[in-house]
Design a protein. Structure first.
Length: 298
């Protein structure tokens, strides 16, 4: 099962400064990590962007997903993570090496030097970079991320292993491309105008999601998914009549209308916070509220 989270490039459109924008992006990365998302995708919403667009959002997300002990090596003095100190720690097993088995724990490393004798020096968060033998049929280059299995720290006993390590991967792609992936699973759009997520509705979804995985898309502050997508409109129905100014009563209902051929390609439009007490649910809050429900086992 693969879990993908899609957020727009306008994610931090309401942030007052770079520090606040960085903090918000950190909360999104944290939420994705808590619910074991495999992929976090930034899709373009150029019309909704303000000071900080998709390039900034993607870079800060990548920085947040990098283990702290590798950030200096991997990022140097880039300007985007200027306020990296406000990022909440992800504490993912791939960053801490806390998931282990009888043969030791695995963690990320970065190759700092390639030697002529089949050995490389790797920074993997120990006191100093360590010299390791490259396994047969495995090729590594300087600056490459690798997986290191550590069986002892005192004395240091470690080896390179030719196997992937489970990490939150960051991507930047069009919405249609993200939804068209073979491992997209159940494609869910979140919106306050969508169908209310209820216990009975969730019960029918849990099996599909657990079997096929899911891709969940979120909007931006004051700019939901319907505003970003062509062919998607919000229809309002006023069961209690109209006021004199032509506007409908507060009890009016609304729902999503997807025109034939719309590029959204979602399987479901869901309101995952049906009884919200605030006028606006922030993206990072919506991610937590949605995934807390949608990742429940059957």
């Amino acid at each position: 099962m693969t879990v993908s989270i899609l957020v727009p490039s306008s994610l931090v459109r309401e942030a007052e400064d770079k520090r606040e924008a960085t903090r918000k992006i950190g909360y999104v990365a944290r939420a994705a990590t808590v619910f074991r998302a495999d992929r976090l995708v930034v899709f373009p919403d150029g019309e909704g962007e303000r000071r900080w667009g998709g390039g900034f959002v993607e870079t800060v997300l990548r920085y947040a997903a990098t283990p702290p002990y590798l950030r200096k090596e991997a990022w140097g003095t880039r300007s985007e993570p200027e306020y990296a100190g406000v990022l909440p720690p992800l504490r993912a097993p791939s960053q801490t090496g806390s998931e282990s088995d009888d043969s030791g724990s695995t963690r990320q490393g970065i190759v700092t030097e390639v030697g002529p004798d089949g050995r490389v020096r790797v920074n993997c968060g120990l006191q100093h970079p360590i010299s390791l033998v490259v396994p047969p049929k495995m090729e590594v280059d300087e600056g490459e991320r690798v997986t290191v299995r550590i069986s002892s720290r005192e004395p240091v006993r470690a080896k390179l292993v030719d196997e992937p390590i489970s990490v939150l991967s960051i991507h930047r792609m069009d919405l249609s491309e993200a939804l068209g992936r073979e491992d997209a699973g159940v494609r869910v759009a979140t919106s306050r105008f969508g169908e209310n997520l209820t216990t009975s509705r969730l019960g029918s979804l849990a099996g599909r999601i657990e079997r096929d995985g899911m891709t969940v898309a979120f909007g931006a502050p004051e700019r939901g998914l319907p505003a970003m997508l062509d062919g998607v409109t919000v229809e309002r129905v006023a069961p209690a009549g109209q006021r004199e100014d032509g506007e409908s009563d507060e009890g009016d209902s609304s729902h999503i209308n997807v025109e034939p051929g719309a590029p959204s390609r979602f399987d479901l439009w869901l309101n995952t916070v049906p009884n919200q007490g605030s006028k606006v649910v922030r993206t990072e809050e919506a991610i937590v509220a949605s995934l807390a429900c949608l990742t429940l086992p059957e």
